[in-house]
Design a binder for this molecule. Structure first.
Ligand SMILES: C[S@@+](CC[C@H](N)C(=O)[O-])C[C@H]1O[C@@H](n2cnc3c(N)ncnc32)[C@H](O)[C@@H]1O
Length: 199
């Protein structure tokens, strides 16, 4: 899969555009201003760079170096700095209890590792920190606006409840939305969204 993303990001264009994800924009007021944010699977950096522009201290982790290279260029063009880390999140174990927020937008892990990765991301939050996640739900198989083609990689609200059992869910929903994110996410889409606080 890593090679799939490397190839996608080798293109000149930004696959998901350079503007932030709409759910992140909608929810950002909940994140502690100026806090340290881990952006998991940040790809070409549209979300991490936007967070940095809004005063957050950003660490973007992704296993596609070509994406992170574009993310750093985008940050420089926009006059901000982000820290990038090229790593496989299924193996990466970040520092414990240091981030004020974790943001995961359209990052889909296989069932065998999903819960462990989600728990590890949650572990990197300080007490009171927030995890914001948007992913495609199984309903997305009815749409052609992007996302994995295997149901195993799509997330239900119930699965997120199982993954983040220690968390306090401030928001959890499966809903329909309209995506307008570069060439790869366009049109009606079925998503699962969560905002979870670490006690
Ligand atoms: C659909 S893209 C979304 C990119 C970005 N979050 C956005 O919304 O623009 C999924 C991203 O997750 C990354 N990813 C998937 N599995 C990963 C893993 N095991 N470790 C690190 N990154 C991963 C991919 O490289 C890709 O950049």
């Amino acid at each position: 899969m890593k090679s799939f993303w490397e190839k996608r990001y080798a293109e000149e264009d930004f696959a998901y555009g350079i503007h932030p994800n709409a759910f992140l924009v909608e929810q950002v007021a909940h994140l502690p201003a100026g806090g340290r944010v881990l952006v998991a699977g940040d790809g070409e950096g549209r979300n991490g760079v936007w967070l940095a522009r809004h005063g957050f201290i950003v660490t973007s982790v992704d296993y596609a170096q070509s994406g992170l290279d574009k993310a750093r260029r985008l940050a420089a063009e926009q006059g901000v700095v982000i820290d990038t880390c090229c790593a496989d999140l299924t193996a990466w174990r970040g520092p414990s209890a240091v981030f004020d927020a974790v943001v995961s937008i359209f990052v889909h892990f296989p069932p065998a590792v999903r819960r462990e990765v989600h728990r590890s991301l949650f572990e990197s939050l300080r007490p009171g920190g927030l995890l914001l996640l948007e992913a495609f739900s199984p309903e997305q198989l009815r749409y052609s606006s992007g996302g994995p083609s295997s149901v195993d990689l799509l997330y239900t609200a119930w699965q997120l409840e199982e993954d983040f059992t220690e968390g306090e869910f401030l928001l959890l929903q499966e809903t329909l939305t309209e995506l307008d994110e570069g060439a790869c996410h366009q049109g009606p889409a079925a998503v699962t969204r969560a905002l979870i606080r670490k006690p």
